[in-house]
Design a protein around this ligand. Structure first.
Ligand SMILES: Nc1ncnc2c1ncn2[C@@H]1O[C@H](COP(=O)(O)OP(=O)(O)OP(=O)(O)O)[C@@H](O)[C@H]1O
Ligand SMILES: [Mg+2]
Length: 620
């Protein structure tokens, strides 16, 4: 018997029927076909096994009929034995065929999941930072997973369902009509009785399924947001455990209630189907029995008819919902394609060339920048799960021009929100300028390959990220084949080696989630060591805003000296010592360069810099 059991039917019934009215983009079918092409022959073999299974299943009642009419009734023992053996043999053959078919369907399905997953991962990774700023990670991941799996089901689940149920239905119906059109006609009259409860229950199941999905999503995002160090800290500091618990309990209760309702609805459904099937069998026996008595049909025919009847209603109910099933699968495919079609805002130009990893001359020419809008970086269907946020539409940077000579350090200072971090992210092309250009040794960064650019330009962010892994693994992220000696050297230069050796597990110490095991200063020094291992010739550094004690400050200062020596650097300075050593200071205010010069000059000028200096640095 084919795999369209009650479970499959119920799953298909709980699907959202609104997809039926969704329009597919032109070309979707062709693209799906192109994904299927590598599996062409496997699909053919699989479909052959599906059809074979249907044929074997329908042939059993027909052999049963012979066994009755030509074996038992005339009392021929050999015929009985031979046909009984044949039935046994067919059962074995069917088992072999379905196992074989499963082997192929599983390989097609898993192969397809593999293809889609790896492509989607590679593609999402190429998206600009702006894309990730908008997307809510948990929701994005679950969307990608469920769509990929949904798309795979289009092939194995839906395809085999449609083919096997279609073929079974055709075979069963023709066999039944051949045996007795009267009995068949009567049993078809009952068909609406099957369709009606499945429509009714299907509607409720859809509602419950959607409710359960939303509730589960709420539960898991509540857990994901609270069961990490930052979230847990917030809950603990605000003493809101009881409130959180109540929230969680109320949602979990609803999930439980929904589960009970769904299970009972499923049971009603199965019971009503079984009940109607029994009624149908009773009618067939009643009608068929009197036909046998009046010698219109044989007893064997009646036995075959009742056996076939059991194989009629399953495929019928399954096929009644087939449009929803097929569309759900196609829409999943389409959503995967939608992601694959999202053009990364930042990518190599066709004419892009490699730039060398040498300390070059960095030049900003009339650079203006506005953060990209939602439409440019995200997808309509992802927006529903993106946290709604209103983006400032105005320019963040305007007409910025300056030159950083090779091997020198330029410090950026300015009030919070002035645009310093934004300015810094433009150099390694985390974002592209809106107008103007940024040149490295005369080459527009947009004409360089991203790989060579990111090799040459290193960046340490304000809040450096560390993976939840050992210190060693975090350092090797910059250079997977770094030897322990190289690592020790980088750590010594970054003034973090003595701390690492003092830890019981040394380099094997696991830093907590998002680096929470370490202090702010320690984290930045590890990030600097990581940068030293990567050895870029140009460095962008966003100093941690966290105030450090003077001992820590001295260590970070030493680390910075090592990092910046003989390199072209742009440092967003929050420390006086950094500013003092800069070859050039740019004061950024409201997205513009307000002042430019060296420390003494700017201090003497008595403008914004001297204000900032007195407020921010002088007391330290
Ligand atoms: N991804 C983003 N999308 C839209 N606007 C942003 C984004 N990131 C920052 N901004 C806005 O750009 C402006 C400049 O931010 P930026 O982070 O560059 O300031 P900053 O000078 O580094 O400040 P701080 O000294 O506090 O780090 C701010 O008004 C900020 O709200
Ligand atoms: Mg900043």
């Amino acid at each position: 018997m084919s795999s369209s059991g009650h479970g499959m039917m119920l799953r298909s019934l709980s699907r959202d029927t609104s997809v039926k009215y969704q329009k597919l983009k032109p070309g979707t079918m062709r693209r799906i076909a192109s994904f299927a092409t590598p599996y062409k022959w496997w699909i053919v073999v699989f479909l052959v096994t599906v059809v074979l299974d249907a044929v074997l299943t329908v042939s059993m009642p027909l052999i049963l009929r012979r066994l009755f009419d030509q074996g038992i009734a005339p009392g021929k023992r050999t015929v009985v034995v031979v046909l009984a053996l044949l039935i046994g043999f067919i059962a074995i053959l069917d088992a072999v065929v379905t196992t074989f078919g499963r082997w192929y369907s599983v390989r097609i399905g898993e192969g397809l999941i593999y293809d889609l997953r790896t492509q989607v991962f590679a593609h999402v990774q190429r998206q600009p930072i702006a894309f990730f700023v908008r997307s809510q990670t948990g929701a994005l991941i679950s969307r990608l997973n469920s769509d990929v799996i949904g798309a795979q089901q289009a092939f194995t689940g839906t395809l085999s369902n449609v083919v096997s149920n279609g073929v079974s239905l055709a075979l069963v119906l023709s066999a039944m009509f051949y045996l007795s059109w009267q009995v068949t006609a009567v049993s078809l009259v009952i068909v609406p009785l099957f369709i009606l409860p499945s429509k009714w229950i299907g509607k409720h199941l859809q509602r419950l399924t959607r409710l359960a999905m939303n509730l589960n999503a709420e539960l898991s995002s509540a857990m994901a947001e609270r069961f990490n160090v930052s979230g847990a800290l917030l809950v603990a500091l605000f003493g809101s455990e009881a409130r959180e618990h109540e929230f969680f309990k109320s949602r979990a209760r609803k999930v439980a209630d929904t589960g009970i309702k769904t299970a009972m609805l499923n049971r009603y459904f199965i019971n009503s189907l079984t009940l109607i099937a029994s009624v149908a069998t009773a009618i067939t026996y009643g009608l068929g029995g009197s036909l046998v008595i009046s010698k219109a049909i044989t007893l064997g025919t009646l036995m075959a008819l009742t056996a076939l009847l059991g194989r009629l209603y399953g495929p019928l109910t399954a096929l009644s919902n087939v449009r929803v099933e097929v569309m759900t699968a196609l829409v999943s495919f389409e959503r995967v394609f939608e992601i694959l079609d999202l053009k990364p805002l930042i990518s190599d130009r066709p004419s892009a060339r490699e730039i060398p990893n040498v300390p070059g001359k960095v030049e900003f020419r009339n650079v203006s920048f506005t953060y990209p809008s939602a439409q440019e970086v995200s997808l309509a269907s992802l927006e529903s799960i993106a946290k709604p946020e209103s983006m400032p539409t105005g320019p963040v940077l305007e007409n910025i021009s300056f030159v950083v000579e090779p091997g020198t350090m330029t410090a950026l200072v300015g009030p919070s929100g002035a645009g310093k971090t934004t300015l810094a992210t433009l150099l390694p092309r985390l974002y592209d300028v809106s107008s103007g250009e940024i040149m490295i040794d005369g080459v527009d960064v947009r004409d360089a390959t991203l790989e060579s650019l990111r090799n040459a330009v290193g960046m340490v962010m304000q809040d450096a990220h560390l993976f939840h892994d050992s210190i060693l693994a975090n350092l090797r992220y910059a250079k997977p084949d770094a030897t322990i000696e190289e690592i020790a050297e980088a750590c010594k230069a970054a003034q973090i080696w003595s701390l690492i050796t003092s830890l019981p597990d040394g380099l094997g110490t696991v830093v907590g989630d998002r680096g929470h095991r370490l202090s702010g200063g320690e984290k930045q020094r590890i990030a600097i060591a990581r940068l030293l291992l990567k050895a870029p010739s140009m460095i962008v550094l966003d100093e941690a805003t966290a105030h450090l004690d003077s001992e820590n400050e001295a260590l970070v200062q030493e680390a910075l000296k090592a990092a910046l020596a003989k390199r072209t650097s742009v440092v967003i300075a929050h420390r006086l010592s950094t500013v003092r050593e800069a070859d050039q200071i740019l004061v950024i205010s409201d997205g513009r360069i307000a002042e430019q010069g060296v420390h003494e000059e700017l201090l003497a000028a008595g403008g914004l810099y001297s204000d900032l200096y007195h407020r921010q640095f002088a007391d330290r």
